[in-house]
Design a protein around this ligand. Structure first.
Ligand code: MOS
Length: 711
């Protein structure tokens, strides 16, 4: 056996390809004879299309076809629900009727010889509408009642849950806080724009697509077009960030395939940055009442979390908004309600720590407010309410390292030197504040498949169809394979991002290593055992040489019932130092120290990269991100990176420490990993808000905390 490769800080195996431009992203493929498509989008938020005038567009140079609902082929749109699709409702059917449901809805497609010709001609399409009153202001929406009584954390239907008497306990509590927390709509802004290239050969379709889930693209487009999924190949080897926007199959993918079929030639369709604000989802605007009641000694007696979020008129998107309130801290009386506000907007979707990040902002801000009301250290308040078990599901935690995380991160941060009074710490003219928050993110279990193939030359090819949206899956899977096989990492090649490879779930929910990693481990274990048994030796390289032909093992890895017996989550603690300019209201984040119990860490270098990425995301959520929705018409006036700020290097603190505490979880999966893509972001926005309160004495409950809110 070689030395362990799991746990080593190995550099990305695809790093050279990425920095030299050799890594090919969806829009960078070229197919002989390809034409280009551009989408025409509605300029109203609700109503009907009464007529089109496409003559000018059709006559424009290079135009191959102009498709509208009037001349587009009818598509079968068979029933298809992926795990990333809202359970209730039906996806938008593109170019199938005259109905407009939201601002920016695709209503026509122009195909031309060049991208410039397509874009120009799309602007020449004239549309007449019969507009109807549109619901684009969340404050006036009639909320949908809860769909279910929630009994399980993993149930994402909007629900209601109750244990004890939260209202009564709140009213009788010695100390209480009761506030409303608001997070505006936020938009995914991966640097790589969404793009699809479609090419038909008879009834077989190949799609190059930016996606987090190649198999889902094949399954959905098969359902939309009424063809077998086996006829569709999806190729997606590299993804330049996605953060949830690539979990569903959005209308532009169907449009690319439809355009290619009508044009009779390959079609490339890439969205603009502006279009990404109208067609690939977003984190929904949320409004949450969060009330906490406690005894004088700090023990929680009541938690109420009553939340609602925007969704579209045609799908009920909901996420894990109120989950943390039900189990993160110990409390006998808890009430949660999660409702939806259907509006004339496109459907929101999963965005990095969907639900957890938003819910945690309200809960962990409220915990800080309670600590202030109790005149108690916020870490001490959390320690007093550390639960013995998941009180919502009444299950033991598979492992929970919160106390270790508080201790390690607080010590590293120097928390004991904090003076509790707001505005009591200064650095020259800057007001300095220290704040903290708890973080949590579930450890999911999902089936996945992988194949391992051992070759006579002593190398191995291991494959699985998963995406790598940036965490370094190419590398970490190579490590798992090399360690399991007992081969040096240079002798293992991993392949991913193609539906010719074994079936995998979406790369989302921070569960790729837990699921695909488990499958890769199982396939490699099987291939190794088979080769050794067949060759009658315990030296794998010798066995491979002796056998003289490939040995292949494919495994469908099924999670066991651990998720029914245990409550499985990663936990963490985040400590932040901010400095606020008292005259300008500008906040600078100076330090972030996070400690996380996330199980085994496969690659500390990649894990740290995920950690600081999550922290920087948290800075954006806390201080910058806001997709403004014009309440008159549903338009997003700041749909550009110039006007939708996200953190750049100058916004990141000089100190970002990511600490993974040692945690051995024997239950969560065979690798003992919990996932790290999302947990590092979760506690950051409330920790920043709490630090800003400590610096300034001003409590801001509506993100982002822009200078105007501090003056
Ligand atoms: Mo993540 S929001 O599951 O890509």
């Amino acid at each position: 056996m070689t030395t362990a490769v799991i746990g080593q800080p190995i550099s990305r195996v695809d790093g050279r390809q990425k920095v030299t431009g050799a890594a090919t992203y969806a829009a960078e493929f070229d197919v002989p004879g390809q034409a280009y498509a551009a989408i025409v989008r509605s300029t109203i938020a609700n109503g009907r299309i009464t007529s089109f005038d496409t003559a000018a567009a059709e006559g424009a140079p290079g135009v191959v076809a102009v498709l509208t609902h009037i001349n587009a082929p009818r598509l079968p749109y068979h029933e298809h629900k992926a795990g990333s699709d809202p359970i209730i409702g039906e996806r938008l059917h593109v170019l199938q009727d005259d109905r407009v449901n939201h601002q920016g809805q695709p209503i026509a497609l122009v195909i031309a010889e060049t991208i410039e010709q397509a874009t120009h001609a799309a602007e020449l399409v004239r549309v007449n509408y019969a507009p109807e009153a549109a619901t684009t202001d969340i404050t006036g929406v009639e909320l949908l009642p809860p769909t279910v009584e929630q009994t399980d954390q993993s149930d994402v239907l909007p629900g209601e849950s109750r244990r004890g008497d939260a209202e009564g306990a709140l009213a009788a509590a010695e100390v209480a806080v009761d506030q409303t927390y608001v997070i505006p709509r936020e938009n995914h802004n991966p640097i790589e724009l969404h793009a699809t290239i479609a090419t038909w050969e008879g009834d077989r379709l190949t799609l190059w697509d930016k996606t987090q889930w190649p198999y889902n693209v094949a399954d959905e487009i098969a359902a939309v077009f009424g063809i077998p999924a086996e006829n569709i190949r999806v190729i997606s080897p590299f993804v330049g960030g996605a953060f949830g926007s690539g979990l569903r199959v959005w209308p532009h993918v169907t449009l690319a395939a439809l355009g290619a079929r009508v044009a009779g030639r390959p079609v490339k369709l890439m969205l603009s940055r502006r279009e990404m604000y109208y067609g690939t989802g977003y984190r929904p605007h949320t409004v949450q009442r969060l009330a906490l009641g406690a005894a004088r000694d700090g023990h929680l007696v009541a938690i109420l979390n009553d939340a609602y979020q925007e969704t579209s008129s045609y799908e009920e998107y909901s996420e894990a908004l109120v989950d943390a309130s039900r189990f993160l801290h110990s409390c006998p009386n808890v009430y949660t309600r999660h409702r939806l506000a259907p509006m004339n907007v496109h459907t929101p979707t999963w965005m990095r720590a969907p639900g957890e990040a938003s819910g945690n902002f309200a809960l962990e801000s409220a915990m800080d407010e309670l600590a202030v009301a109790l005149v108690m250290d916020p870490v001490e308040l959390r320690l007093r309410n550390e639960p013995e078990l998941d009180e919502f599901r009444q299950l033991p935690f598979s492992s929970r390292s919160t106390q270790e995380c508080y201790r390690v991160a607080a010590e590293r941060f120097g928390w004991s030197r904090r003076t509790p009074e707001p505005r009591s710490m200064r650095d020259g003219r800057w007001l300095v504040g220290w704040g903290m928050a708890t973080a949590n993110y579930p450890a999911y279990t999902v089936p996945a498949s992988a194949t391992a193939r051992l070759l006579p030359d002593g190398t191995a090819e291991v494959s699985s169809a998963t995406s790598d949206i940036g965490p370094g899956t190419w590398t970490s899977m190579t490590q798992v394979a090399a360690e399991t096989l007992g081969l040096p990492i240079e002798r293992v090649r991993f392949a991913l991002g193609d539906t010719r490879l074994p079936r995998t779930p979406q790369q989302g929910g921070s569960f790729t290593m837990a699921t695909v990693g488990s499958a890769v481990q199982a396939a490699c274990r099987q291939a190794r055992e088979d080769a050794l048994a067949q060759a009658g030796t315990d030296d794998l390289t010798e066995a491979m040489r002796r056998l003289g032909q490939p040995v292949e093992a494919s495994v469908d890895a099924m999670p066991d019932d651990a998720s029914q017996r245990f409550s499985m989550h990663a936990f963490g603690a985040v400590f932040v130092e901010v400095a606020v300019d008292p005259d300008l209201g500008e906040t600078r984040v100076r330090r972030i120290v996070g400690a996380y119990g996330a199980g085994r860490i496969v690659n500390p270098k990649l894990a740290r990269s995920q950690g600081i990425g999550g922290m920087i995301w948290g800075i954006g959520m806390a201080l910058m991100e806001h997709a403004v929705v014009d309440e008159r018409n549903g338009r997003v006036p700041n749909a550009t990176l110039a006007e939708y700020p996200v953190p750049v290097h100058a916004d990141t603190p000089p100190v970002m420490e990511v600490i993974f505490v040692e945690e051995h979880d024997p239950h969560v999966n065979t690798l003992g990993v919990k996932g790290i893509g999302e947990i590092a972001q979760v506690g950051v926005p409330p920790a920043i808000a709490n630090a800003i309160f400590h610096a300034t004495g001003t409590r801001v409950r509506e993100l982002p905390i822009t200078p105007d809110k501090l003056l």
